[in-house]
Every structure is written in C-alpha cells, then in structure tokens.
Write a protein that binds this ligand. Sequence first.
Ligand code: BGC
Length: 717
Amino acid sequence: MSKLQPLLDQMTLQEKIDQLVQLATPFFKGAKDAGEITGPMLSMNIKEGNIQNAGSVLGASGAANIRAIQAKHLEENRLNIPLLFMSDVVHGYKTIFPIPLAIGCSWNTDLAEESARIAAKESAVSGIHVTFAPMVDLVRDPRWGRVMESTGEDPYLNGEFAKAQVRGFQGDQLKESKEHVAACVKHFAAYGAAEGGRDYNTVNMSDRQLQEMYLPAYKAAIDEDCRMVMSSFNTVDGIPATANQHLMNGILRQEWGFDGVMISDWGAVKELIPHGVAADKAEAAAKALRAGTDIEMMTDCYTSHLQELVETGVIEESLIDQSVLRILQLKDDLGLFENPYRGADPELEKQIVLSEQHRKVAKQVALESCVLLKNEQVLPLTKTQKVALIGPFADSGDILGQWSWQGSKEDAVTLRQGFANQLQQEPFVAKGSEIEAITAAFVEEALIIGEQADVLVVALGEDATMSGEAGSLTDIQLPEAQLTLLENLATLNKPIVTVIFNGRPLDLHGVIEHSDAVVEAWFPGTEGGNALADLLYGEQNFSGKLTMSFPNRVGQIPVYYNHYNTGRPKDAADAQVRYVSQYLDSPNGPLFPFGYGLSYTTFSYQEPVLSTHQLTKDETLTITVKVKNTGHTSGKETVQLYVQDLVGEVVRPVKELKAFEKVSLQPGEEKEVQFTLTEAQLRYFHADMSYSSDPGSFKVLVGPNSQETASQLFTLV
Ligand code: BGC
C-alpha cells in the first residue's frame, strides 16, 4: 500500500477530482496576476471550491509570487496538500539557450544536458516544480512550426537528446535537490507527423512507423525515469492520443512500465468533442480518464463531470484514486509535503537567474549549434575589412524563439552588439526591410551603407511567431521582402554573408544564389550575437551539423534521410529514365542533407575498418575510422555511423544512424574513432511486429554526413 493511501482516504470525492485539474495562475489567490473569476474564466465552470482543492498550477513564475500562491493555498486547502507548479521551460528559463532544433545540430548531448541543468536551476529557484519538456516529437515536415522544439528527424539522435535533457532537468536526487525539476516528455505520441504539416492535424501512420521511428525518443525519456508524460493533440490511428487506451495504457504504462503522471495537453480532453469521439464533456472526461490521463489541463470536463460519472456507475472511483495517488506521489517525490516552497527563494533567484556563468554556457551551446551551409572563401571575416550589417535581424533581439516565455529580448545580445563587442567599435548597420515589408527608402539606405563596406553581412529570418505552436506555413521561403532586399544588395557586387535566424529548415531559393556564405543561426538564444560574432570572425570554428534535412523545394516534403527504397529507385547515373520514383521538376534529395555542416578546416576520413565481417549474435563488431584535420584551423568533427540492413522481411531504411562522436582535432592531428555494433542494434519490427534481427548482409556507412559516406559489408550469422 502506498504511504500516501491514508491521505487519499481522507479526501472527499470532489477533493480527489479537483486534484486532477490544472489551471493557469490567474485563478489563484495570492498570484500577482490573480483575476476575479469572471468572463472567460467563469465560462470554464470553475468554482471557488475547485480552486481550493486544485492539484497544480500552469505557468506561474517568480519565487515570491509562487511562495505567495502556495501560502494562500495551504491556508485554504482542508488537507494541506501543496500545489504543484508547472511551466514550459523548454530551452531555458531566463537564460535562453538556442532552440532545441539548434541544440540537436550541436550533436553534443553533454551540452544539452548542461543547458537543461541550468534551465532547471533557474526554474527551481524561481519556484517551478515541473517543466513541460523535453519535446521529443520526431519531425520530417518543416511546414510544421513546432519542428523548432524538436531535435530533428532521427529516432536514435532524438532519444540521446531526450535522455540528456531528462538527466539535466531532473538530476538524480529530485527529492533532496532544490536545483532540479521534474521533466514531462511530450507530446505523446507522434504529434510531429501532423498531415500536411498543419498544426493539430490528423496523424495517420502504420503501427510499424510509429514503433520504429516515432516512439523510441519518448521511450528513451521514460527509461531515464522522466516523471511525467504529456499526451498530444492529434489522433493516432483514428483515436485522439488523450483518449487512446492502446497508446497510453497499452504501450506507455503496461509495455514500458511508466507509473508517473500523465497530463493532457492544453484543452485536449475537451477537444475530444470536436474530434468527434465524445458527444459531450462527460463522455470526454470518461474516455480520457480511462485512457490514463491523470491531469486535465485547462478545461473542466473532469471537475464538472467525474462526480456524476462515479455516482451513476459509469466510472469506478478506483480509477480516480489511481490518478490522485500518482499526483500525490509526484508531490512526495519532489519533497513538497516536507517543504511546499521547495527551491523558491527570492534572494537566490536574483543571484542565479541569468548569471554570467549561465550566459557563458548559452554562448557555448550557440557556438556549437549554428550551421555553416555554404562558404565560398568569404568567411571568416577579418577585422581589417569594413563590414556592413544589413537586414531586419541586424540589430534584433527577436532571436529567442517562440518558447522562451521568461526570456527577454532586451537581455539578448543582437548581432550588432556581438559585432561591436568583437570589434570594439560599431559596425555600419541598416535595417534593409521589415520582416515582411520593404520600401524604396529601406533599399536606398541599405545600398548606401552597403556601398561603403568591403563585405555585407545580411541578417534575415522569420520572427518568433512564424514558427512554434500554430506556426504552420505552406511557403517556407523567406518572406518576399527579404528576398528583394538580398537581390538589391547583390547588385553591389560585394561578397555577401547571409545569416538566417529562424525556427525551421527553409527553402533557400533566393538566398543561396545571392550569397557567398550562408549561416543557419536558428534562434540562437540570449548569447546569440556574441556567439555569431566569434564564429564569423573565426575566433571560433563552426561545428554544427543539420539534424533535419533542408528540402530543395516545399513540394518534396517530407524529405528525410532515413527513408525506404522503392521498387524503382532513381539511379543518379541514369538521368534519362522516366518510369522511376522521381519528380520531373526537382531532385529527390534535399538541398542540404541530415548530418551536413561545414567548418573552417577540412577533415579527411580513411576507409572504415571492421573487426570482423561475420558477426555472431553474442559478439561485438568494432568499426574503426581514422579522421584527420587536414586544414589550418583547429576544429570539431562529428563522425557519423549508419547501417543499412540490405534484405529484411519488411523494407528497411536506406540508412539509419546508429552512433556518432564529436571529436576535436588540431591542424594535422589524426584520431581513431571507434564505434561498436551488436546484434541488438540490428533488430526491427517484423511483419508480425516481433522485434528481432535477421541473419544476412548489412552495410556499415561512416562519414561526415548522411550522404558522403564510405561503406563496408558484414554478415550477421
Ligand atoms: C502546448 C504544450 C505546452 C502547453 C502548456 C500547449 O498549447 O502544445 O506544448 O506544454 O500548451 O503551455
């Protein structure tokens, strides 16, 4: 019996039900933004009593504020059950790190862990107990604005980053530590596969795709003891995730053994009605609870209907008890019964949040996550060159991304500030255009400024609202206004370095052809400008590599590296053939593939050497490759190992990432990188969904990205 059972036994049914409710801060007395329960709040059907008994709070922040809400709550709550404070601390609290898609491009899980640890520390001292992160949805469609929140298109890589983030957020002493928070992996499941890239849209996929590609990263987070899971808005095989018994009870709880708290996404319980699987709020409540949704976020289906559902025998009270116990357990795991204020400390908050030390790490992450896409001998810049910084992002603090709720643009180092810090003098700056509008006067000023310079650094991009939640687009080129600006600047015939700030892989037509160098800066966070100035001036070397393919054209989407072959694959050598799987007007492949990114130095790879060409089921295959820095600058290279199963019972991807290592190399230095493979890494889901490997031939591919690889064969015997 749980030690929390005696507490549960004292609770009335309504008190239990209210534990399952999560409301935003304005509902709570003592909150600095507390509102009267009127208007839209009233229409939510939330009554005074529900608030006194509520289990958790969404989106509160600030140590003093949270202490005040908790104190008031404990005064009013009959059984003194503390509130849980949950928030979206996705890639930083006030010290904002690059967006997760950028962090993925660092291929540095230690840095990802460190950034999550800092985010946790700043959050915990500000009173937060749980963060709604990591988001680990696998993403293949850059039209979907939320690709910015994910680490990309590969299940293995996403799993490694999921684990790193969970470790960073939670540490290993959640109860004793006041510097960590509980993590909530989201959005379970397959939210990233919304049809057409339109947010909240239907997800239709086979069980095999789900298991093989989409589920591994959530599983990795659970294996790392992630305490919470958030259900996704979408349907999975016709059933919304929030009411999907197969997904939540079957896979998550029974198969994977998850015994933590499951929360719905915002309003997702009530959304079972427009989805068309519940006639009304009562039915929505019953379906969500039966599927194992413990907390209902921001709607009132549970609080308004569970009582009557129990009284009429539709729902067994034991189901409610089970959910309440899980929530109480989480409170206990966080030590809230002993200390309901936990880390919330207004004095420490002032010292810790946005500290110099934290900014230093944010800069390091930004340095490793920007990706150099093109460089025709124009970068690095030299300090003797006269540089003009032109474009709507030349001096913009809008470089934090949509999920930087506590981050402030004023605290962000803009590109101009970064250049000024680097050069110890102000660069020439012109705005050139707005994000989506341009005038003759803008162009004229940009041309005058550009004319005086030796090299133009053109800072373009999407503002934060153009990606993120509800940020889907059908056209993923940069806005016309900015392409016009670039076209005009090209008439000056000066070298152009284009730096792009944005949250998704773009269609770079109109950018590539007018630029001598292109840098994908993503939303680089609070220290973005400083990191970029170091990179552009060669004080630091680029080492970021893409973790999501950049399409040639939007019409190709989805384009991703780990696709299947077809019966009629296109053979690049035979361009004349018609009846093969291809587009008549575009290549099949991406403009920039998964794993791609340039450096100021060059690396040479020797042929990979295998320890054996016959692998038995209990042996380990070692793959050794020598990598040398053949240039004149020190640099970091991410060596990537892929495998192709040449013949399977079901079709297998053309390649799958199995391992990677980021190595530092001085000029002329050579290192031996070793990877290991075992039979377990060669398993897949068969026709009957059993998970095993097949004896036969496999290809091992090693290289600097998913396209330029050298291969060797081996046989699994
Ligand atoms: C988002 C979640 C987020 C939640 C709470 C929802 O709209 O989909 O990712 O955690 O809001 O803010």
